[in-house]
Design a protein around this ligand. Structure first.
Ligand code: SF4
Ligand code: SF4
Length: 229
């Protein structure tokens, strides 16, 4: 059986909605005045729920993977040796490296005996996986915090060596370079385990020889029976 509908009786003050309308307008004005006040104050314009980008910028994690940079060492030398490991590792195949040798008199510009003559990254294809950074044996390519990557032309999205070096300079000036990765110490095996491993390695050829001899002797012992048959 459906329940009977009971009509609720509201007082007149509720039925005209006047008080509710006044309450709603009061709340709207409260926020309006608050936002006006925030927009005139000094410093960040951020109100509790909204970051007013681009005036206010959120701090970015040092692990963020943004625009690439070609790194220099403390002496201002290019670290890239043009080995091409990053290009081979890149799953999107968007890195092109041309290896070369430093020109005469320019050896001081480079940290290695070889260098990259040309280095391009097609940012339209990059998926920001960071594999290139992990694969580089010299720590020469790093994904920085640059995230405003919009361009007007497709050509501008192909970063050349000059742009990648400029990204490094900009990050250094802004103080947003990643801290150098710590070297993970490799523990030596405990002495007992190492000794046992060594003795086992020594005993292995002797054991193999003994097994071989025993196998040969068994065959010889069997052969007279075989002849009788
Ligand atoms: S971040 Fe990934 S996709 Fe982009 S260049 Fe590096 S390896 Fe290639
Ligand atoms: S950035 Fe690193 S991995 Fe890539 S070519 Fe240069 S040295 Fe080799």
């Amino acid at each position: 059986m459906p329940k009977p509908v009971v009509k609720k009786e509201y007082p007149l003050t509720v039925r005209v909605y006047l008080i509710e309308i006044i309450k709603g307008l009061g709340l709207t004005w409260k926020h309006f005045v608050k936002n006006i006040r925030y927009s005139f104050r000094k410093g960040p314009h951020t109100v509790p729920t909204t970051w007013q980008y681009p005036e206010d910028r959120r701090p970015i994690s040092p692990n963020f993977r943004g625009a690439h940079m070609l790194m220099l060492n403390d002496r201002g030398q290019e670290l890239c040796v043009g080995c091409g490991m990053c290009a081979r590792t890149c799953p999107a195949k968007c890195i092109t490296v041309k290896r070369g040798k430093p020109a005469e008199g320019e050896e001081d510009r480079y940290a290695g005996k070889t260098c990259c003559e040309d280095f391009t990254i097609d940012m339209l294809r990059c998926i920001f996986c960071g594999f290139c950074e992990e694969a580089c044996p010299k720590g020469a390519i790093v994904l920085g915090q640059g995230h405003e990557l919009a361009e007007y032309t497709m050509e501008a999205c192909i970063y050349d060596k000059a742009r990648l070096l400029a990204n490094y300079e900009a990050a250094r000036a802004a103080g947003t370079l990643k801290p150098k990765p710590k070297k993970v110490p490799v523990d030596a095996p405990p002495p007992k385990a190492a000794a046992a491993k060594k003795s086992a390695a020594k005993a292995a050829p002797a054991a193999r020889k003994a097994a071989k001899d025993a196998n040969g002797a068994g065959k010889e012992a069997k052969s007279p029976e075989g002849d009788k048959k």
